[in-house]
Design a protein around this ligand. Structure first.
Ligand code: G6P
Length: 373
């Protein structure tokens, strides 16, 4: 495999850098430069009748793919008012869950071979609720998951080698947004104006991802603060909460530093007790509707001598200070910010892991695809 790494030291870094192209490719399934105000006619065209009938979305996934499902929940409910539940497959399959009639069951999986995700899907199919539509959001077209579902929505990330998922995650998010737009249009839950605004924002996304790669150098410097840490907290609110979870997952997977992602509003209910000068706190802080609330959360941490590492918008005017480090992320609309803010947390965990000398592409005890329970 060595040759395919090109100029990069690890597959993970190569795959982080492939994200602008991978996301652009994925978006092209539904976006047409010549028709910037509507979805391509052929996007999921064969499935319009099925998508028209669904009243609820149930996402099932594991690991990083579960985190993209969490973002989808915020999107589906806030943008098109379709109720959406998300659950890890290993829990869902064993608790005899209710699957609501007319559900779209979205199984998200890079590999399409994750045992728990496949089993959860099969259990739902056995129950055969009325109006069930199953969809595989998957990076491997020949996988079991794709064979066993009604609809295949591909992520066009290309093969992902690094065990820690990066480009599969951001392409999942891009594809989930396309699916949301398709459901929104098909069910007339979206005005032409809202559609055209979101399409315009999506057109800008690959460029913004490209710009976020310029954060590599400042984040490498920031990562030096993490080398000897034992534990780390990631905070976010709203659409950034799942990215906080994903940032914590990435850091523990490849650097072996204990990390937790938390909804910043929950700080007072526990994690604040952990805060001291030795625990770094990473904050995802785009200038969005939650920014002022988040600033209050940051002050709570700072007042307790916590050291903050903040990813903030260029326009936020946050200024570095004592125990307050800031890296500026390119400005991006609130809706798509979780995709762009994925990049700095990936780069942070990558550089911390390299500094600690771990096997970045093949972290101990983990597998790329978990095909047995
Ligand atoms: C393993 C991998 C993760 C991945 C998870 C789910 O734990 O190490 O990177 O997110 O499986 O895999 P899937 O192929 O179903 O997305």
């Amino acid at each position: 495999h060595n040759a395919d790494k090109g100029e990069f030291k690890h597959y993970m870094l190569k795959e982080i850098y492939e994200q602008p192209d991978a996301v652009a490719r994925t978006l092209e399934m539904a976006l047409d430069n010549d028709e910037p105000t509507k979805l391509r006619d052929d996007f999921l065209q064969r499935h319009e009748t099925q998508l028209k009938g669904i009243k609820h979305v149930q996402v099932i996934a594991c690991g990083t793919s579960y985190h993209s499902g969490l973002v989808a929940k915020y999107w589906f409910e806030s943008l098109i008012r379709v109720p959406c539940s998300v659950e890890v497959a290993s829990e869902f399959r064993y608790r005899n869950p209710v699957v609501i009639d007319n559900s779209l069951v979205i199984c998200i999986s890079q590999s399409g071979e994750t045992a728990d995700t496949l089993s959860a899907l099969r259990d739902i199919q056995k129950q055969s609720p009325i109006g069930l539509v199953s969809l595989a959001l998957c990076n491997v077209p020949t996988s079991s998951l794709v064979r066993e579902t009604d609809i295949f929505l591909p992520t066009l990330a290309g093969p992902e080698i690094g065990v820690a998922s990066t480009k599969a995650f951001t392409t999942q998010l891009a594809a989930l947004m396309l699916l949301l737009l398709k459901v929104g249009v098909t069910q007339q839950r979206m005005t032409a104006e809202n559609l055209s605004t979101l399409l315009g924002q999506l057109q800008q996304l690959p460029g913004q991802l490209h710009a976020s790669l310029h954060l590599d150098a400042p984040i490498k410097i920031m990562s030096e603060h993490f080398q000897y840490k034992k534990s780390c907290l990631f905070l976010g609110r709203g659409l950034q909460f799942p990215i906080a979870l994903e940032g914590a997952l990435k850091l523990k997977e490849i650097s072996y530093i204990h990390a937790e992602g938390y909804a910043a509003g929950e700080l007072k209910h526990g994690p604040l007790a952990l805060v001291d000068k030795d625990m770094p706190i990473v904050v995802l802080a785009p200038k969005d509707s939650m920014f002022d609330k988040l600033k209050a959360n940051m002050q709570e941490v700072h007042a307790r001598h916590g050291e903050l590492f903040v990813f903030a918008s260029e326009s936020s005017q946050m200024v570095a200070a004592d125990r307050l480090h800031v890296v500026y992320v390119p400005d991006v609309c609130e809706t798509l910010a979780p995709i762009v803010y994925s990049v700095p947390v990936q780069l942070l965990s990558y550089h911390v892991a390299v500094m600690r000398g771990t096997d970045v592409d093949q972290p101990r005890n983990l597998a790329k695809s978990v095909t047995v329970e």
